[in-house]
Design a protein around this ligand. Structure first.
Ligand SMILES: Nc1ncnc2c1ncn2[C@@H]1O[C@H](COP(=O)(O)OP(=O)(O)O)[C@@H](O)[C@H]1O
Ligand SMILES: [Mg+2]
Length: 238
């Protein structure tokens, strides 16, 4: 099976001359359908730049992106209708839920179903809210929801078009560790039950066991992350 998304040697530099910053320095990466991966790394290491390149928001200067086995971006040039790919096959979740304030939780998801061309938006929205365990809040407006509830509604909204790839950039940065873990577990459920590939940028090292794969970035380079030090320091199981 082809990876949901694959990049080869992505490179991106912001600015020119002495002000130039290398945000991506040869990133090759692949994510299989049905898997959830974490992307760690310090601030400024290139995580958001990679998310934007893989999500067809802002292309890299050089390198290739394959989507479901098909080459769709090469050296910054689109070889496919990227806006259509994004609308039909991708889901995004960000640090702030950014729900529409004058729509209820259900309406926020329903409108995304309609935008994605899915029939029966109201029923689908209800089912998605139930799937994310916020069905009881379907009539609430965003300001009435807790941060964790807002993020679950935002994930429901991201699932509206049945995406094959979900990109989440620090989705739990505003949540406490218990709610953060709940959201991470929902991403795993979405990957394992719905077959989506999910990439989550996170700083929360307490929930890393949730993920199938761990990566970290540093200075624009990506490598597998091994929480070896943490494991070695952990006490033996009782
Ligand atoms: N639009 C931009 N213009 C100039 N520099 C940028 C821009 N976006 C990001 N950068 C720089 O690129 C590097 C990587 O940024 P980013 O991908 O946002 O890192 P992260 O998400 O890991 O914090 C940083 O040095 C950042 O300052
Ligand atoms: Mg970032």
């Amino acid at each position: 099976m082809d990876p949901a998304v694959r990049s080869i040697d992505l490179r991106k530099t912001y600015g020119v001359g002495s002000a130039a910053v290398t945000a991506l320095d040869g990133v090759s990466f692949a994510l299989a359908p049905g898997t959830v991966a974490a992307l760690l790394g310090p601030s400024g290491s290139g995580k958001s730049t990679l998310i934007k390149a893989l999500g067809f928001v802002s292309p890299a200067d050089a390198g290739e992106v394959y989507f479901a086995g098909r080459l769709v971006v090469k050296d910054g040039a689109a070889l496919a209708d990227l806006a259509s790919l994004r609308r039909r096959h991708l889901g995004f979740v960000f640090q702030k839920a950014n729900l529409t304030s004058f729509l209820t939780a259900r309406e926020n998801v329903e409108i995304a179903c309609e935008f994605g061309g899915k029939p029966d938006g109201r029923r689908r929205a209800r089912a998605l809210l139930e799937y994310l365990d916020v069905a009881g809040r379907e009539r609430a407006y965003p300001e009435m929801l807790s941060g964790g509830e807002q993020q679950r509604v935002a994930i429901a909204r991201a699932l509206a078009n049945e995406p094959s790839l979900i990109l989440a950039d620090e989705p739990t940065a505003a949540l406490d560790s218990v709610r953060s873990r709940t959201v991470m577990e929902l991403f795993r459920k979405v990957a394992h039950e719905r077959g989506a590939a999910v990439l989550v940028v996170t700083h929360d090292h307490r929930a890393l066991d949730v993920f199938d794969h761990l990566y970290e970035m540093e200075d624009g380079r990506l490598r597998p992350y091994h929480p070896a030090a943490a494991t070695a320091a952990a006490p033996p199981p009782a």
